[in-house]
Design a binder for this molecule. Sequence first.
Ligand code: HEM
Length: 136
Amino acid sequence: MDQWTSIYNAGVSSVSRATLGNQIFAALFKLAPDTEALFSRVGVSDMSSGAFRAHASRVLSGLDMGINSLKETATLDSLTSHMAAQHIARPGVKGVHFDVMGKVLMTALPTLIEGFNPDAWGNCLRPLKSAIAKGL
Ligand code: HEM
């Protein structure tokens, strides 16, 4: 939680959040090119557009809420099942895409976080990812 806060709230700069968002999505599209078309409604053709930045911001906020609710089971369950429903509603989104997203995060975050602890991060991200991908 502290390590996530250290980058997510670094200077509370929307620019650095936008950079993080773009870095994550660019890596996702490289590893799973079939996912890019899923984001056409939110301006993926221009990843520096307001529409795509707003999308990336929603995703990072979702991740932020998830990480910060890890110790509150009832909140976490409600939050993740809400996000699971939002993904089930989007045809073409597959469970395997979340495995790729997990890899992307476990590759991108160590470049930004000093003293990145892969065990701790794996234990946080794995259950979050599985809960958000439930039903896919
Ligand atoms: C939308 C979170 C991973 C595909 C969203 C939204 C959130 C979110 C909060 C906005 C929901 C709404 O406003 O209705 C997350 C989190 C993820 C994650 C926290 C994992 C860390 C993925 C993955 C895919 C995906 C791996 C598949 C490639 C989508 C699509 C949308 C979406 C297609 C809808 C875009 C639109 O509005 O047209 N996600 N997401 N997400 N997500 Fe995810």
